[in-house]
Write a protein that binds this ligand. Sequence first.
Ligand code: A3P
Length: 285
Amino acid sequence: VIFDGMVLPPFPPLVQDAKKRFEEIRNMEYRKDDIILAIYPKSGTHWVWEIVSMLLKQKAEYSKIPKELFFLEAMPDLSMVESMESPRAVNTHLPYRWLPKQHIENGGKIVHVVRNPKDVCVSLYHHMKNSKEIGEIKDFKTVYGMMFLNQKEKLTDGWFKYEKDFEEAEKNDTRGAIFTVHYESLKKNPIPEISRLANFLNINVKTEEIADIADKCSFKKLKLADETIKDHSGHGDFVDRDKQFVYRKGEIGDWRNHFTVAMNEQFDAIYKEEMKDSDIQTQFE
Ligand code: A3P
């Protein structure tokens, strides 16, 4: 699916009418306490969504309903959001300019995650390779091109534009509505990072509970919960869920197993040029 210059995953609502779904999202009605997780694909959306939903419950208890049902561009019917109880936490990969307008105007809270783009690319490659919904992409270079190269077909604006637009929004965000988590920091120091997130969301959770959330949301436990606790029915038909492709490795630095030396040099040069005016602190390892 291509819309507004972006290549998008073929979720049925986007295949049917991407413009319609984008506009519905843009015009979504704002409720006080709404939280939007706006995250580039494969940067840790499932993980952070689970943490946020535990924080909202003030309890380290897995949600039986998977985050896909709160995924704005893919949920079968967007009116499902209306029937959610507040505080609502929804997630999206849409770029900043398409986020719900009222939410932005009202200073609604936005949680954003940045992950080392090289690892994002590897994660995306495996996702695309394994997911029947997306079709057969077997070539790592194709995915690399869609994320980083200046070509016509870029996945959700390409990583650079997506993140730079977000950075710009953060700079203009005088109300402190946007909160950025680094995947690598969350992985290395989950307890302080989850505490920061709880503060941002104005949620009072005891230290022991935070530690429990960190533990329950560790890669292995969350993967197991996804396989055993979550009810994956009710997605409509948009996810052909071969569960393995979301909770794949959950590691920092897997890019070393996929980038050739030449590719890495090319990437570093592109990164330097693209990000020369940016203050984003990407955590490379
Ligand atoms: P890998 O493919 O590198 O393993 P998203 O949820 O945005 O699709 O991102 C998926 C990526 O986040 C996958 O990366 C997945 O393993 C990783 N992930 C999910 N839960 C995680 C956790 N608890 N800790 C670390 N990484 C996690």
